[in-house]
Design a protein around this ligand. Structure first.
Ligand SMILES: Cc1ncc(COP(=O)(O)O)c(C=O)c1O
Length: 451
């Protein structure tokens, strides 16, 4: 019988996260204060983050110990399985070996719990009563709501309005775990009201929702802010994915030629690929591919420079690939990929040629998702389906070239709460949003000038 799943024991859950900052050829430029444009210090961040996370944000230690309380919760779904996609390989008639690491087994359905659990734990340890956050498609909001209820912290979620309307079941999951959820832009914050004054029908964006959550946290002493992607500590927590994957490849007696992940802010990409980039930096041959939507093409068409992480300009300036902080991407179904920029770590590694990037339109992504669902069974999240499309293309290229190649992608989440998107696709209602070149050009004009 062919082996399909490579499953680790609970004892194999990594005890430490891997910090790529210890090994990067070039470290990202430091975050700058939004008003003074001087590097931010720990005190600037202490109003909205616990010190333990601030320390992780700047740490250059290669290994950071995972607290026991976090490991205890990780055992609910970790280690996650690695699958060999025999049936997809057969459907494609490819000589390539395709594997996928499945993060949809977490209770909230995606990789986001790998970081929501430690973030809630460190906030609780610091005596915080409430967390304010944003969410796109709702995967992050669901993950932090679950973490909040596990550690006894209230959670307020600003959910991008287009997703709030498209994905009611995610909102209901968050509410089931006890969170309050508001469509963003909302009337609850100055940032939200300013947007609604200009555009009462604004579909919202991650940048706007971040402004609302940061403002909420900064104006309430007992409240901190939590971010589901982009920041160094978030990518650090996600490295449990790649560390487990390396062990699973050892068991399989294989090693990837190509590691693929979709990229919104970069956290599942960083999580799955950084432990392999350690090998690449130390001379091993392999490719890492970040996959993004054509309608929000940050790595493929953005500019590498300082920009705000949010629309209102409340966050520190980060050095990253950006389309402009006030760019509002079209309301595609992969809501988690509608972010105007990328993590500084992923941006720097892309700039240095260690990560490649590519973009796809949403209909070709859904076509790939259906082929995957029909051959492997799992209905994937629209975000993760970007990685599937890329893996399929690479497997077909291997077929054309007559090469055996080992391809792995991160299946960052399941799509069982995204079924409206599938229904729309099957009914022919999903169209490709043209690449919004003019809107992006315009948003880039408003990037801050750093002296
Ligand atoms: C299933 C899934 N995959 C990927 C992403 C993109 O985020 P990141 O690039 O941080 O992994 C999201 C974001 O919400 C998501 O829900």
């Amino acid at each position: 019988m062919k082996r399909t799943k490579i499953i680790l024991e609970e004892n194999d859950i990594p005890r430490q996260w891997y910090n790529i900052m210890a090994d990067m050829p070039t470290l990202p430029k430091p975050p700058l204060h939004p008003a003074t444009h001087k590097p931010v210090g720990p005190d600037d961040l202490a109003a909205i983050f616990p010190m333990a996370l601030i320390e992780q944000e700047v740490s250059q230690e290669r290994w950071i110990t995972i607290p026991k309380e976090v490991l205890d919760v990780y055992t609910l779904w970790r280690p996650s399985p690695l699958y060999r996609a025999h049936r997809l390989e057969k459907a494609l008639g490819t000589p390539a070996k395709i594997y996928y690491k499945y993060e949809g087994v977490s209770p909230s359905g995606s990789h986001k719990t790998n970081t929501s659990i430690p973030q809630a734990f460190y906030n609780k340890q610091a005596g915080i009563r409430r967390i304010a956050t944003e969410t796109g498609a709702g995967q992050w909001g669901a993950a932090i709501s679950l973490a909040g209820v596990f550690f006894g912290i209230e959670v307020t979620v600003y959910m991008v309005r287009v997703s709030y309307n498209q994905k009611p079941y995610r909102r209901i999951s968050m509410e089931t775990w006890g969170a309050s959820v508001h469509p963003s832009p909302s009337n609850l914050t100055n940032s939200g009201r300013a947007i609604l004054d200009k555009d009462p029908d604004s579909p919202g964006s991650l940048g706007i929702a971040i402004s609302e959550a940061v403002e909420d946290a900064a104006t309430h002493k007992d409240t901190n802010y939590a971010l589901g992607s982009v920041l160094n500590h978030v990518l650090l927590h996600q490295t449990v994915i790649g560390l487990e994957l390396k062990k699973q490849f050892e068991i399989a007696g294989d090693y990837p030629d190509i590691v693929i992940a979709c990229c919104g802010g970069g956290s599942n990409l960083g999580g799955v690929s950084f432990p392999f980039l350690y090998d690449k930096i130390h001379g091993k041959q392999l490719r890492v591919i970040a996959v993004e939507p054509e309608s929000c093409p940050t790595l493929t068409k953005g500019e590498f420079r300082y920009d705000f992480g949010d629309t209102a300009g409340l966050t520190p300036l980060l050095m990253m690939y950006t389309l402009g902080h006030d760019f509002v991407p079209p309301g595609i179904h992969a809501g988690g990929l509608r972010y105007h920029a990328d993590s500084s770590l992923v941006s720097q590694l892309t700039h240095d040629g260690l990560i490649e990037a590519r973009a796809y339109h949403q209909t070709e992504v859904f076509t790939a998702a259906l082929l995957f669902a029909k051959s492997e069974g799992i209905i994937p999240a629209p975000e993760s389906s970007h990685a599937i499309k890329c893996a399929i293309d690479e497997a077909l290229l291997a077929k054309e070239e007559g090469k055996e190649r080992t391809i792995v992608f991160n299946l960052s989440g399941h799509g069982y709460l995204d079924l409206t998107a599938y229904s729309d696709f099957i009914d022919g209602k999903i169209i490709d949003c043209a690449y919004p070149a003019d809107k992006i050009k315009d948003a880039l004009l408003r990037l801050p000038t750093i002296g």
